[in-house]
Design a protein around this ligand. Structure first.
Ligand code: ATP
Length: 252
């Protein structure tokens, strides 16, 4: 991404963000943190092609630079947005109904394989109200993977924000285990600094507006990561540094 600027049309407001540049490598896990309202979601919507940047370029190695990104990048919002009248399997089939890539039978076979890997085989015929919060997020995550778009890039906009601490921990453990197999590049928006440190290779701290800034924090914690790292000196030092820099961007 090079020199990205976005201003909402027909507003007198300064740009939500201006002149942002970053490179994400294939297979990286990168988190974006920043004060509330600094423009994180708008930034993701621009990357996903839901909004066109006012200035700047976004290049994906899998897509010609003139092609639309819309539908090419997997995007998962904060709410799971599962359709309550559809079973787990039928919710996961939704992307296929909108944009069929393979035959229905092949897609169902792929979804069933993923349901097994995600520990969801037993709930294939269940409806969303019958699932726990963590299970719903896993189904939504699976559906985002099915929607995929083939670019291998997933944008996760605070997907675990509404989960309680223990469910979040369970989903982190699950994501860390599955991570290697997914072969995806992930960008995550989060307000949870420990989540960002546990999951990410790098963290970008965004401050928006006409004089936007992106600060990069490299998370040099060894892999595989696990929860007990929270208590290790390097984790604590990185958390303190991140918190200090984040506070400095707040204007109370
Ligand atoms: N459709 C819109 N029209 C005009 N301004 C908007 C619109 N959507 C968002 N904004 C403004 O853009 C700014 C950035 O919003 P955005 O949702 O991207 O921030 P955020 O960092 O994701 O916030 P949070 O962390 O609270 O979710 C805010 O000031 C918001 O009021």
């Amino acid at each position: 991404m090079q020199g990205l600027t976005y201003s909402f049309p027909e507003t007198e407001q300064p740009p939500v963000f201006a002149n942002l540049s970053m490179d994400i490598r294939q297979g990286e896990f990168v988190s974006v943190v920043g004060a509330s309202g600094c423009g994180k979601s708008t930034f993701f919507k621009t990357v996903a092609g839901l909004l066109e940047p006012t200035h700047g370029k976004i290049k994906l190695p899998t897509l010609p630079s003139t092609a639309s990104r819309l539908g090419q990048i997997a995007y998962m919002p904060q709410q799971d947005l599962l359709l309550p009248w559809r079973t787990v399997l039928d919710n996961c089939l939704l992307p296929w109904e909108i944009k069929p890539r393979f035959s229905k039978q092949k897609t169902i076979t792929q979804i069933r394989e993923m349901l097994a890997r995600f520990g969801l085989t037993d709930v294939e015929k269940a409806y969303p109200h019958e699932l726990s919060g963590g299970m719903k997020q896993r189904v939504a995550f699976l559906r985002t993977l099915v929607a995929g778009g083939g670019s291998g890039l997933m944008l996760l906009d605070e997907p675990f924000g509404a989960l309680d601490a223990m469910t979040k921990r369970e989903i982190h453990r699950w994501l860390l285990e599955l991570w290697g197999e997914l072969n995806q590049t992930i960008m995550l928006i989060t307000h949870d600094l420990e989540e960002a440190l546990l999951l990410s290779d790098r963290i970008y701290l965004l401050s928006g507006g006409a004089h936007s800034e992106l600060q990069e924090i490299i998370v040099d914690l060894p892999k595989p990561r696990h929860y007990k790292m929270n208590y290790e000196p390097r984790f604590i030092a990185l958390r303190a540094e991140l918190e200090r820099r984040l506070h400095a961007t707040y204007t109370y």
